[in-house]
Design a protein around this ligand. Sequence first.
Ligand code: NAP
Length: 304
Amino acid sequence: MSEVYGRVALIGLGLIASSMFWAMKRAGLAGEVTGYARSAETRETARRIGLCDRICDSAIEAVKDADLVVLCVPVGAMGPVAAEIAPHLKAGATISDVGSVKRHVIDAVAPHLPEGLHFVPAHPLAGTEHSGPESGFAELYDNRWCILVPVEGTDPAATAKLRALWEGMGANVDEMDADHHDLVLAVTSHAPHLIAYTMVGVADDLRRVTDSEVIKYSAAGFRDFTRIAASDPTMWRDVFLTNKEATLEILGRFTEELFALQRAIRTGDGEHLHDYFTRTRAIRRGIIEAGQDTAEPNFGREST
Ligand code: NAP
């Protein structure tokens, strides 16, 4: 694959940025990649493991002459970071981000950007429960979706170029309106994470079940919740603070359905339970057919 951008700057050097760097390197998509992270410790780690071609000690230095700047910081930090770098962006550059919430990021970043820049927000639907500069790997985006959310009036050529970058990193690319993105993600990611956090929190509170029993018998289902509930606390705090309406809407529906299932259990309505579980099983089948998960029993784990 050939070079898409001459110079790319990654601001924030965690799971998402480090995976982007390794994926860009794998396919030769960028001439030079500069990187910046807030703490000296992360910048030092990045230098030690060869993450980015050049690690800079300020965001301003990192974005100098960059053709593409990607904000890879928690959603709540996007606005302040954009305000800091905006006056130093190269004319005609593209600025993007990878935030899990899109409306808030657009509202927080766009007002700082000078005329003549292309703002193309993005969200790769890929991740793990790990974070930090050492957690990234080149294959993270392979066959995963990346959603582009170009703001009104964006030059289609700038969007097409960013699309080429994500495709080069292995992703399938779709475009979506910001509010629709936030609702879809509330269903597929944000509400499920909150439910996992709650389930793990409940088990932790249950004094009737000893800690050792919770851990020993976790393969019965609880373990899969714990993986999600181990996700980065800062990132997820920001997701819920900034995708408030869509998440509350989905949680409202979730609560209603939970009450209906609770009633079915209380009244012994086996037909309701069976019909419900048949419908949910079909959704799992659809995810496997779309190539978004493995059909292997127990997610392909060798033992339980
Ligand atoms: P991460 O591994 O926790 O890394 C976050 C990076 O941002 C770190 O380098 C951190 O610097 C820096 N940072 C944090 N707060 C900052 C601030 N106030 N100002 C400047 N830099 C700051 O996070 P990640 O998982 O890569 O997530 C980054 C973004 O991608 C988030 O917006 C998240 O919503 C989105 N995203 C995440 C996933 C996922 O599954 N993880 C998936 C898709 C999208 P220090 O190390 O120096 O603290």
